[in-house]
Design a protein. Structure first.
Length: 142
């Protein structure tokens, strides 16, 4: 038979309601409050600290891609992405772009700031769903 010095409860370091097991640490308290202040200042753009965490990108960007169809022919197209801030209440109009010449069709996307989206450039290309169709370069980099 086990005695009380050998059972599991004798190995516990803290029991429920035992406030004597917790001791205050003034240095840890000061460091935690200071850390929260630094994080707050960095994200709000405060002038009290020398570094700042920038906000999200808002604006227009683009890239070009080269696609190869199942016949081995290549064509280039442009992708234009508009990133906008939904909190302003203004949703920009979708850009009116020329579709381009060839089987790779130019694309335009709208994305809300702080969000991500998968840009599927093949979905509107002629033959984009055929086997063997692939994007072989982005901004002329293979």
């Amino acid at each position: 038979m086990r005695t009380s010095s050998e059972d599991f409860t004798s190995l516990k370091t803290v029991t429920f309601g035992d406030e004597s097991a917790v001791s205050p640490n003034r240095a840890a308290s000061i460091i935690s409050v200071f850390s929260i202040f630094l994080i707050w200042a960095a994200f709000t753009g405060s002038k009290l600290i020398p570094f700042h965490v920038p906000g999200p990108f808002i604006g227009e960007l683009g890239f070009s891609y080269t696609a190869m169809n199942s016949l081995g022919e290549t064509d280039d197209a442009e992708v234009t992405i508009t990133v906008y801030d939904v909190q302003t209440g203004e949703i920009p109009d979708k850009l009116d772009i020329e579709p381009g010449v060839g089987f790779a069709i130019n694309d335009t996307y709208q994305i809300v700031a702080w969000r991500s989206a998968l840009v599927k450039v093949k979905r509107n290309d002629v033959g984009g769903k055929e086997n063997g169709y692939k994007v072989i370069a982005i901004n002329d980099q293979e």
